[in-house]
Design a protein around this ligand. Structure first.
Ligand code: SAM
Length: 285
């Protein structure tokens, strides 16, 4: 191994990943978490919070395309979007690509994440913070969804893992608040961990969400730096039909958008709802 500085992630004690640090761009404790942004020869710039990788320049497109486009194309007429978390700006960039969207609110607990990701991860937000439809709220997401009078068509919980400030975004209080501020035919999606290693997270979210939503399930994608297999995204709505579109429906909506993505396409949209049997068995316990 070269004499380069090595950064180790051990989200799962005893099994982790490492990155050699070519250059540290920023490393400090914010009011809420330890924030580091560094350069790596393979994955580009990497941002981690409290020792857990949040995003890398090389593979962020998979995660952000899957969490933004699946609910918005499934909804079909989404005009008002709420992003919880999302401080690196990648989710906002993908949501802004939808011309039919008229209003975007992002509720991020840590202003420093927004500030330093704008500076050191400029390709994530790619100018979307200047979008006139955008509104930033610095607040704990659970407080916002339980207090706001605003209503939304899609809520995207682009949160950290359920440790530290992210813990509140995996609670019944948060899920109930999201159900409260969704419009009719609204859709909630959330980052819900790598189910092979964090299966309990998926089971717990599924059980809690089922108390407030008619239709609860997951969809999935493999994102290299969320190591350990496929990442599961929680899905919840009051209308099961929103999860069971025909391929032709999604194809016509995608074509009409004029978008070309690097990971997302209509076949991936439908196929991502197919879940491994071990997860299906765990969810049906
Ligand atoms: N892609 C990442 C993942 O899958 O783990 C998430 C990226 S994004 C950086 C996560 C954001 O959630 C961070 O900016 C963090 O500050 C924010 N966050 C954590 N807890 C929060 C809370 N309770 N309310 C609002 N934002 C929160």
């Amino acid at each position: 191994m070269s004499d380069k500085e090595i950064w180790f992630e051990t989200l799962h004690s005893g099994f982790g990943q490492f990155f050699s640090i070519k250059k540290t761009l920023y490393h400090n404790k914010t009011d809420h978490q330890d924030l580091i942004i560094f350069e790596n020869d393979v994955m580009g710039r990497v941002m981690a919070l409290d020792g857990v990788v949040q995003t890398t320049e090389r593979d962020e497109f998979i995660y952000h395309e899957m969490m933004a486009h699946i609910p918005i194309f499934a909804h079909g007429k989404a005009k008002r979007i709420l992003i919880i978390g999302g401080g690196d700006g990648g989710m906002l960039r993908e949501v802004c690509r939808h011309q039919g969207v008229e209003h975007i609110t992002m509720v991020e607990i840590d202003a420093n994440v927004v500030e330093f990701c704008r500076e050191y991860l400029p390709h994530h937000s790619a100018g979307s913070y200047e979008d006139p439809r955008f509104n930033l709220v610095i607040e704990d997401g659970v407080n916002f969804v339980n207090q706001t009078e605003l209503k939304f068509d899609v809520i995207i919980s682009d949160c950290t893992d359920p440790i530290g400030p992210g813990e509140s975004l995996f609670t019944s209080d948060f899920y109930q608040g999201c159900a409260r501020c969704l419009n009719e035919n609204g859709i909630f999606v959330a980052q819900n961990g790598v189910c092979f290693l964090q299966q309990d997270e998926a089971v717990n979210s599924h059980q809690k969400l089922a108390n407030y939503f008619e239709d609860v399930s997951f969809y999935q994608a493999a994102i290299p730096t969320y190591y350990g297999g496929i990442m599961t995204f929680a899905w919840a709505s009051q209308n099961p039909q929103l999860r069971h579109h025909q391929l032709t429906t999604i194809e016509s909506r995608f074509t009409a958008s004029g978008m070309h993505c690097r990971y997302y396409n209509p076949a991936i949209h439908l196929g991502s709802f197919a879940l491994p049997q071990y997860l299906q068995d765990a969810l049906s316990q």
